[in-house]
Design a protein around this ligand. Sequence first.
Ligand SMILES: Cc1ncc(COP(=O)(O)O)c(C=O)c1O
Length: 391
Amino acid sequence: MTFRLADRIVRLPEQFFSGLTRRVAAFQQAGHDVINLGQGNPDLPTPSHIVEALREAVLDPATHRYPPFRGLPELKEAAAEFYRRTYGVTLDPEREIAILVGGKTGLVEIAELYLEPGDVALVPDPGYPDYLSGIALAGAEPYALPITAKNGYIPDLEAVPEAVWERAKVWYINYPNNPTGAGTTAAFFERAIEKARDHGVLIVHDFAYGAIGYDDHRPPSFLQTEGAKEVGIEIYTLSKTFNMAGWRVAFAAGHPEVIEHINRIQDHYYVSIFAAVQRASVAALRGPADDIEALRQTYQRRRDAFLGALRSAGIDAPSPQGSFFCWIPLPSGVSSVAFADALLEQAHVAVAPGRGFGEHGEGHVRVGLLAPEDRLVEAAERMARFWTRRF
Ligand SMILES: Cc1ncc(COP(=O)(O)O)c(C=O)c1O
């Protein structure tokens, strides 16, 4: 017997990168020494005080019961404290913070909550592909805002037609940006808030790489800009800041009514997150800021080692301002998918083809700084040898 799949699921886009993952696994199984820089999965362990907090919590039978539907109040308080300490932003833990099962779920829930068929959601191009998932489920349309070297990775808001603004209901923004590594300024957030207010658009700032800014760039929180809470929310994940990608914890902060709606839909999906994981997350958010600074410095050293090796082999690539990605422009006319395929086949280095992040990602590959420095240097050298043989 076969069952008819609901249209909204049929509409879900193909996971562009699942093919790459399979190919990497095939080369590894064949015994090749593959350096996999194609994914965005932090390679370093969760700090030990967080793991210890989980161990303690899991031994307390109180954590074995259903947690409160909307999460532990102390986790929301710890998130509010973290924002006050890190960004000088004041948040009401109960009204302005919602616990999420990882940032991804929040991104999809927003689309389910606010988009109807025929509505438009603004997305960065290139951008994180999962924004498109919720938009497709809701039967809405994405409208791509190009962010390229030409516009300094800041979208030209004046180029968006009035008719699109009228249909736009949700606007996904992401800085530091995956995949380009671009940072932004408070001035862009100010303009975005003005536009959102004029057109009744809900801004969702995805701040997944908020802790990772390089040199003198300290990524601003959207919520630091005046009026932000009136037009949107910020999604902050523990995945990257605390190397907790597998733990699935994030939170949304900002507009109280939006927070209430997120909680409301989640009342139907989940009974929050395992309480022991929530207690460990409290330890993460209340932990020493030095750990976060040390992680930032680790990625900065990796960035410098990788780009240094690439540049000394004669390949120029810009330095990212944040995130743990380098965005490498290819020689003109070269397909990013063909390049990534051949690089994996011939040099056993996996990178993500830019086309997977949108039309404007073509002509680039994304390199994740997710291996020790010596492996990154080795990857850059293999990549450079491959490059000079071919071009
Ligand atoms: C831009 C961006 N947003 C959101 C996420 C989702 O993170 P998580 O679901 O682990 O919180 C990621 C993860 O790679 C990301 O790169």
